[in-house]
Write a protein that binds this ligand. Structure first.
Ligand code: ADP
Ligand code: ZN
Ligand code: ZN
Length: 776
């Protein structure tokens, strides 16, 4: 068999060799392997299909991705054959195969990891061991298929059939009568619906199929999220304001001329960026091209999805991690099959199987969620820029508070800057009051609330207007501590305190998922004085209920939004004015557009400022500006209260004035002084091991290698223990490299991977992160 294939190859009949990236993520396997294509599979093996191959010695069977059909093999031994082809059609096209390769290089991740990341979860395979010790590769992708029946005869024929039915065959009579009366649609009905509709059983329906009355068919029904939005009337484009028109026209010109130009759309909150996006999407569609729009997270999606679906209906597919596996798989296939041409989604939607993209949009481009924290550690912005070049299409990066990196690029002329400094409703930005919490007389009753904020809330209740209250949870959580000895409940696997969850009454580690019951007495000193600490949203809600007994409060945080659809349900309730106050974590800061919200309160503005993170000020400024922007978006003027212990900090002061320009100038100065991005490129390397000493030794060795091989211009920080030194039973050490130009960096890192790989059996893990969002 193998000989025969090699013979065919020589005879130049059909491609006999496939290059396959196998699902074995290691440094040695980070390149395609040659496999023989058996004649029987010859026309199924094309680039972009998943296959099953035997890998290594013995009977290990793994999934592999065909990436190329070369003229001849590079490997001159006997080739193993491809055993099975999993896809009828390629799941990655030429663009996304090239993208996967680029992503692997750009993020120093394994190629197969990048390929997996680009596919929906349903197309990730699982290897199972059978009883006979054979391995099989199982696909999780399942289309949702239903049995349908379609009327197969004429009314006259059904009437004739009536005479042949015994009078006690009630089901058959009912069925025939329905067919004669035209109660069954000519294009058919789902069998389970027919059963209910006529109260007949499946045997009767099967009999009718056997008798030729009905034709049986299998039909796929897509699991479409937000399908309720598809049947609504479409919204009409608004007449653009002058500033919207200018921004729109600039990008539209690049859509028409097919130019891969990047625009930074800097529009204050409420300036109407969404309408600009929608009209650009419409323009791309009118030109027969598709559109890709990213939003930061599920929290933002419901309203944005509503806006985009409202304009483009079922032509829109939605992709984000909050959907079920089946829904995502079906949305993904609607896109791949060219049935949906507009994609709205979170980070991983950057890989959506769209073709011929006409415009790419990233809303709230400064958001940290666009950076993936696990391998491949990519930034969705870079993926969009890559796809823009491939598709000759413009990219719009939109924000009220652009990241310093993007704004600096705009200053250099790499991006084209577009400004929308006014709100679409021509209202001024809401006035912001900074409340100095050091002065505020807090009695136990009012807990976290200053008198000013409380009074403002009461006024809103009287006027039947709505309020949004944000609790900045970053670096803060509820925990359990002993008042007697100071014991804090910690995770046994990680160097992190456990978070208290009142809804499920347990303690949980947010890093490894470890759970345990809430202790009744101190495990360390057995004192009963064990207390709950931290300003959780639950606690604030309780305080608020006491202070404002008449207020209807909705709480929105990880706990109340864990269930599918809970998030949009809460927003809908708030939108319907079923509550007066929306209390939540950062997830309420962005994107929400409710006309009756006239008050925004920030309970604790500065929790993030204390973090040892060079982006702490930027994050704080962005968050406060975003959340302030939720107030007064329609015709009623809004007002904002920010409670802080650092009223003199520039991030708070400039957020109060919503002065991005001054903030940018000042923060750039700080970054220059500190030698931080965007003045330097940065790179983080993390080594981990179950034995702390081993991790430390390896880290020092790698740091020496870097000092040896990089130029004098490179700054090498560390090694230091990770901010969380122990995680999931492993110890972490990190090195940060800051550099301007470092042509040898890539080669050095590759060499490092090879040296640590040789010791991989001794349990090292090494991770690279290009441009980490923080060093902690
Ligand atoms: P942003 O995303 O810039 O914060 P939005 O896109 O949410 O702002 O728009 C703010 C509000 O202004 C929305 O209620 C929107 O419907 C309204 N709006 C936007 N553009 C126009 C326009 N051209 N005419 C009238 N209203 C508009
Ligand atoms: Zn843990
Ligand atoms: Zn104790």
């Amino acid at each position: 068999m193998l000989k025969c294939i090699q013979y065919l190859k020589g005879a130049d009949v059909m491609p006999a060799v496939a290059k396959v990236v196998v699902d074995v993520p290691t440094q040695q396997t980070n390149q395609p392997y040659d496999y023989a294509i058996p004649a029987a599979l010859a026309d199924q093996v094309v680039p972009g299909v998943r296959v099953v191959v035997n890998f290594g010695n013995g009977s290990r069977r793994v999934m592999g991705m065909v990436v190329e059909l070369p003229e001849s093999a590079d490997f001159d031994g006997e080739l193993k054959p491809i055993e099975e082809v999993l896809d009828k059609k390629p799941v990655l096209d030429a663009e996304r195969l090239a993208l996967s390769r680029w992503l692997a290089d750009d993020s120093y991740a394994f190629w197969i990891t990048c390929i997996q990341t680009m596919l929906p979860g349903a197309l990730r395979t699982e290897t199972k061991l059978l009883k006979n010790h054979q391995q099989v590769v199982v696909d999780k992708g399942r289309a949702q298929v239903f049995a349908f029946v379609v009327p197969a005869l004429t009314v006259a024929q059904y009437q004739a059939a009536l005479a042949t039915v015994r009078p006690n065959a009630k089901g058959q009579l009912a069925l025939l009568q329905a067919l004669i009366a035209g109660k069954i649609a000519p294009d058919g009905i789902q069998v389970s619906h027919l059963e209910k509709k006529l109260d007949v059983d499946r045997t009767t329906i099967n009999k009718a199929v056997t008798l030729g009355w009905l034709r049986a068919e299998k039909r796929e029904i897509y699991r479409t999220p937000y399908s309720d939005l598809d049947d609504r009337d479409r919204t009409q484009p608004l007449t653009l304001t002058a500033q919207q028109q200018t921004a729109y026209a600039a990008v539209a010109a690049a859509v028409t001329s097919k130019t891969a130009q990047t625009f930074l759309l800097e529009g204050v909150t409420g300036s109407g960026k969404t309408e600009v996006y929608l009209q650009l999407i419409a323009q791309a569609r009118a030109a027969g091209r598709t559109a890709l729009m990213l939003v930061p997270e599920i929290g933002l999606t419901p309203q944005m999805v509503g806006s985009v679906k409202g304009r483009f209906g079922s032509d829109v597919a939605v992709l984000h991690s909050g959907l079920g596996n089946g829904e995502r798989y079906d949305e993904w296939r609607r896109i791949a099959r060219g049935e949906a041409h507009v994609v709205v989604g979170a980070r991983s939607a950057a890989f959506a199987p769209l073709q011929n993209i006409g415009v790419l949009i990233m809303d709230e481009e400064h958001e940290a969620t666009y950076k993936q924290e696990d391998a491949p550690r990519y930034h969705a912005r870079d993926v969009l820029l890559w796809r823009a070049r491939y598709n000759h299409a413009p990219v719009v990066l939109g924000s009220a508070t652009p990241s310093l990196e993007s704004r600096a690029r705009a200053e250099k002329g790499v991006y084209t800057q577009l400004m929308m400094p006014k709100r679409a409703n021509a209202q001024p930005l809401p006035p912001v009051h900074v409340v100095d919490m050091r002065q505020s007389e807090l009695d136990n009753e009012s807990g976290d609330f200053s008198q000013q904020l409380l009074d403002a809330l009461k006024t809103r209740l009287q006027k039947h207007e709505q309020s949004v209250l944000m609790l900045n949870r970053r670096g803060f959580s509820s925990f359990v501590m002993c008042r007697e000895c100071g014991y804090v409940a910690k995770c046994p696997n990680c160097d992190i305190s456990l978070t208290l969850h009142m809804d499920t009454h347990n303690l949980r580690c947010h890093y490894c998922g470890h759970e345990e019951p809430i202790p009744r007495e101190c495990p360390s000193c057995h004192s009963p004085k064990i207390r709950y600490y931290g300003t959780g949203t639950e606690k604030v809600e309780q305080t608020l209920t006491k202070l404002l007994p008449d207020a209807r409060i909705l709480r929105m945080d990880v706990d109340t939004t864990r269930r599918k659809g809970a998030h949009s349900r809460l927003l809908k309730q708030f939108g319907n004015h079923e509550a007066d106050i929306l209390l939540g974590t950062q997830m309420i800061a962005k994107g929400l557009d409710f006309p009756d919200v006239t008050l925004v309160g920030v309970i604790n503005a500065d929790t993030a400022l204390g973090l040892p993170d060079f982006r702490a000020s930027e994050r704080t400024f962005q968050l406060l500006t975003q959340v302030s922007g939720r107030a007064g978006r329609a015709d009623k003027p809004g007002e904002v209260y920010i409670q802080t212990y650092n009223p003199d900090h520039y991030a708070i002061q400039l957020a109060q004035r919503q002065d991005y320009e001054r903030f940018f100038g000042y923060e750039m100065h700080m970054r220059h002084e500190g030698g931080y991005p965007p003045y330097f490129f940065t790179f983080r390397l993390t080594v981990s091991h179950e034995v702390e000493d081993q991790a430390a030794k390896a880290a020092f060795r790698l740091a020496d290698m870097l000092r040896d091989q990089l130029s004098d211009g490179a700054v090498i920080l560390g090694p230091t223990r990770g901010a969380i030194a122990r995680l999931k039973r492993r110890y972490y050490y990190q090195i940060v490299v800051k550099y301007k130009r470092e042509p040898h960096l890539t080669a050095t890192l590759a060499q490092m991977l090879e040296t640590t790989q040789t010791s991989s059996r001794s349990g090292f893990q090494i991770a690279f992160d290009r441009e980490p969002l923080s060093f902690v």
